[in-house]
Design a protein around this ligand. Structure first.
Ligand SMILES: [Zn+2]
Length: 474
């Protein structure tokens, strides 16, 4: 290694010698490469096959009975990596046939391109190539692929997905704390999709996704879905992304419009939800969701970016305990209407003239702080009945309305906010503000509309006979 460190630029180069399975330094003009003491194992030069521990446990009876079980593998990066297809939802464009063999003496079927051979060992401790079977026996896996009639070694690694994912959340979110929770995500634009995927990473076990839109090329600049997913319904794109993060999550998809006609379906979905995340961009859909969530007594979190994502806001509605979205619109009509238009269907919804309304540009970078906060508020609601180390945040996130600015947008009420670095006690950009406001006593959704109006006119309700308790559109 000292020789490499001291070498003069351009005099030698490192080359992997496949035959000798080692890295060699080749000097300019030299006939014979000089071998270095670096093996392929050290340099991670072999291809890797990742095997599902769960699949091996489930197939163990058949493996021991037949001594050979076939399995499909994703083929990645020209044969540099293989993953057992049952590990994740998204497949490679190329799938190959593999076989798991128990002990020597079994022949894989014709056409097998990747073999995994299990041999018994005494000790399974801290060896990623070793599998502990349901009967307690340990087996070390050795793998190879056949290329041009020659065998090439492949490093075998077992993945026990759920326990390994849980280690990264340990002491913050324990393994099963969110597995029985159900999140209803209404609107899967950048914010809603991001929130759903983040909650899947936290270990949320059940999702219901509602959005009528298909992913467009323009969406890809901000949406977690990629170019190869264009044309698919966003609910299906996000379902697959959720499964990439939590393969055991149950995901229901509803590519339906958020209109009054679908009220009954929405009602049923809301009734089954632990929390609702509403990321739609237009007021009628938010108010419909608001009315249904207040009626069902389900907490809803509404997130939205302002025009061109210069900032954003979140409203958390705890029915009858905090102001609802209708109260918000009544109290702050300007703030409630300052939303960006990020999807073609939303643009069409508010295009009252023949002139189409353009979809607003805005950076993903500026939407994600709002989506992250939306996710955190939803997470706290999911954890409301479970003591976790995140419970300390309930003190900090006590307000109903949260405001964030990415920049002091000219022409807005925030244009003259002081610079970030000069402000310690004034409002400024890139900080969250929790803001309190009161419920509207006359709110037609969460207040006592009739009594309040009657009182304002000095009327005695008892003398007026029976009146509907709230206005309806039926
Ligand atoms: Zn209200």
């Amino acid at each position: 290694m000292k020789a490499i460190a001291e070498r003069k630029p351009g005099r030698t180069k490192l080359v992997y010698d496949k035959t000798r399975r080692t890295i060699v330094a080749v000097a300019e003009g030299a006939q014979t490469p000089r071998a270095l003491n670096i093996t392929a194992d050290d340099a991670d030069m072999f291809a890797v096959v990742t095997l599902s521990s769960r699949w091996f446990r489930e197939q163990w009876h058949q493996i021991t009975r037949d001594r050979m079980v076939s399995s499909l593998f994703n083929f990645w990066d020209e044969g540099d990596a293989f993953t057992q297809c049952c590990l994740g939802a998204q497949a490679s464009s190329s799938i190959i046939q593999g076989a798991v063999l128990l002990g020597h003496g079994t022949t894989p079927p014709d056409g097998t391109q990747l073999c995994v051979l299990l041999s018994p060992v005494e000790d399974s401790r801290s060896d990623p190539s070793t599998f502990t079977a349901p009967d307690g026996s340990a087996h070390r896996a050795v793998a190879w692929r056949t290329v041009n009639n020659a065998d090439e070694a492949v490093t075998a690694v077992f993945a026990d997905v759920q326990p390994e994912l849980a280690t990264r959340r340990s002491c913050i979110l324990e393994t099963t704390v969110l597995s029985d929770k159900s999140v209803l995500c209404i609107g899967l634009g950048t914010g809603g999709a991001h929130a759903a995927i983040e909650l899947a990473k936290c270990g949320v076990g059940r999702f219901t996704l509602v959005d009528q839109d298909r992913l467009s090329v323009g969406n890809v600049a901000r949406h977690p879905g990629g170019i190869s997913q264009v044309g698919r319904f966003k609910v299906n794109v996000v379902r697959d992304l959720i499964h990439e993060k939590n393969p055991d999550a149950q995901v229901l998809t509803y590519p339906i419009k958020l209109t009054y006609e679908n009220r009954e379906t929405l009602k049923q979905l809301i009734a089954q939800a632990s929390v609702v995340i509403c990321g739609t961009d237009n007021r009628p859909s938010k108010l419909l969701v608001n009315q249904l969530c207040v009626e069902a007594n389900v907490v809803a979190v509404y997130g939205g970016a302002f025009r061109r994502a210069y900032g954003g806001q979140i409203l958390r509605v705890r029915p009858k305990r905090s102001p609802c979205h209708e109260c918000f619109v009544a109290a702050m009509p300007e703030e409630a209407s300052d939303v960006e238009v990020s999807s073609a269907s939303d643009a069409n919804d508010i295009a009252y003239s023949d002139q189409p309304v353009a979809v607003e540009p805005g950076l993903s970078l500026d939407v994600l702080p709002i989506a992250n906060m939306l996710t955190k508020l939803a997470l706290l609601e999911l954890l409301a009945d479970k003591p976790t180390s995140l419970s300390v945040l309930n003190r900090d996130f006590d307000a109903p309305w949260y405001l964030w600015l990415n920049r002091p947008e000219p022409g807005t009420q925030y244009a003259n906010w002081p610079p970030l670095s000069e402000s310690s006690d004034e409002m400024t950009i890139n900080r969250w503000y929790g803001i309190y406001f009161e419920r509207d006593a006359a709110c037609p959704v969460c207040g006592d509309f009739i009594s309040t109006i009657a009182a304002s006119y000095g009327l005695d309700l008892a003398s007026l006979g029976t009146l509907p308790s709230s206005p309806t559109k039926d």
